[in-house]
Design a protein around this ligand. Structure first.
Ligand SMILES: Nc1nc2c(ncn2[C@@H]2O[C@H](COP(=O)(O)OP(=O)(O)O)[C@@H](O)[C@H]2O)c(=O)[nH]1
Ligand SMILES: [Mg+2]
Length: 194
């Protein structure tokens, strides 16, 4: 896809602030620090359009990036940030689910996992939640640069078994090495055109 003018549009803290209109949305979901914002930057070939950090924020905000008035990348807050209290974590979960329920324009949910680890308890909860929504989704196993290239295929197969999936798309990704960006665009475009 040729990207001309991707723009940050709004950090929504409540549904009234979600963008008006019907642009399709490609939504990034995953635990804190897994690489959601980096994924957006890598796909757009921009260094800092989506804010990344080592210290995940505590704010419940949803960042909308308007991609050439064609669609939105939606950067959801991360879950499972251990410095939040249990109650704050539950509220964060509700905030995420609320958006997934309310938006009428979601074309694809991209659930990011860390390729180095088994899915966490929170990952599994989110995965099950996404299944329940019946929204289209794919899984991206990020930070593939952190494991040996020769191991990637078997780790992906194991992840599929772990999650009990056969048809869902699950691909490795690395923002560090910028691999699988073309494959990801192919999949995203397919869902956008659906
Ligand atoms: N090695 C490596 N680090 C990554 C990758 N993607 C993100 N990171 C790093 O992980 C940290 C969190 O990334 P960020 O995109 O802010 O995660 P978010 O909280 O999910 O939005 C940052 O220090 C990134 O540089 C990747 O593919 N490989
Ligand atoms: Mg982020």
């Amino acid at each position: 896809m040729i990207i001309k003018n991707p723009k940050f549009e709004i950090s929504a803290v409540k549904p009234a602030q979600y963008p008006k209109g019907n642009l399709p949305e490609i939504v990034l979901v995953g635990k804190s620090n897994v690489g959601k914002s980096s994924f957006i930057n890598t796909m757009l070939n921009r260094k800092n359009l989506a804010r990344t950090s080592n210290t995940p924020g505590k704010t419940r905000q949803i960042n909308f990036y308007n991609i050439d008035n064609n669609f939105y990348f939606v950067d959801l807050p991360g879950y499972g940030y251990s410095k939040l209290s249990k109650e704050e974590q539950i509220n964060m979960g509700k905030f995420i689910e609320d958006y997934l329920q309310k938006s009428r324009n979601i074309k694809l949910i991209i659930l990011l996992l860390d390729i180095r680890h088994n899915p966490t308890q929170d990952d599994l909860l989110m995965y099950k939640y996404i299944l329940k929504t019946n929204l289209p989704f794919m899984i991206v196993a990020n930070k593939a640069d952190k494991i040996a290239v020769t191991k990637v295929d078997s780790v992906i197969e194991n992840l599929k078994k772990e999650l009990g999936i056969s048809f869902t798309t699950l691909i490795p990704f690395s923002s560090e090495r910028k691999i699988y960006t073309e494959k990801s665009w192919e999949i995203i475009e397919e869902f956008l055109n659906n």
